[in-house]
Design a protein around this ligand. Sequence first.
Ligand SMILES: [Zn+2]
Length: 277
Amino acid sequence: MSNAEIGVIGGSGLYSFLEDVTEVRVETPYGEPSDSVFLGEIGGRRVAFLPRHGRGHHVPPHRINYRANLWALRSVGVRQVLGPCAVGGLRPEYGPGTLLVPDQLVDRTKTRVQTYYDGETRADGAVPNVVHLGFADPYCPEGRKAALAAARGRGWEAVDGGTLVVVEGPRFSTRAESRWHAAMGWSVVGMTGHPEAVLARELGLCYTTMTLVTDLDAGAEAGEGVSHEEVLKVFAANVDRLRSVLFDAVTALPAQAGRDCPCGHALDGVDTGIALP
Ligand SMILES: [Zn+2]
């Protein structure tokens, strides 16, 4: 099977114009990923793109098969993942067009499977052990560095650090929820950053997210609250420069052999009970 070292989970606007993209269907023990994996090359690095919501954006955040997506990426050789996503700003100074590279995460999702290691027999008969991994620092320090440097290089000063709170969706927050999130000191709110981050950790993958603020969340503005049209409009206005930053971040990531961050050692000495691809 064709191979890649870096995975990007995001919309098709991020890769559709690349030349020589190869589409690969990947089967996983967890069912179908959101879509095929698309293999291409950026600056000499082999990259696997996976449309998080599928082509045509038909899979809502709470129904994404996050386990299958991360497993599929690891199956084609990926060890470092960049997962950009659209978010709402929880502070007036984080208005539309802000790029923020979080260093912390709060999980407020409700129905999503968060682990590969639940002790339950899989459909293929394999039985994972119950495993508890550290997650104090959910994002890769090297990936964050690469993302911040890439943004700076494109004249887009990103906010370095902050907390991404991930809600279940698909609805947006109430005003009270949004004010509460802000009062807790959290920075941005989204629907897709989790359990992507923890599942990456469970597979020993580096994971970094870059969040693009598309709107001020309900509690941070006086108007009608968030609309989906508004989100799409701001995303479309920023997709070109987000893509440039993403591609620069890809080339700035450490070489596979030189990867020396804690993420790659998350499974050292851990008996997962199952073979990883
Ligand atoms: Zn790492």
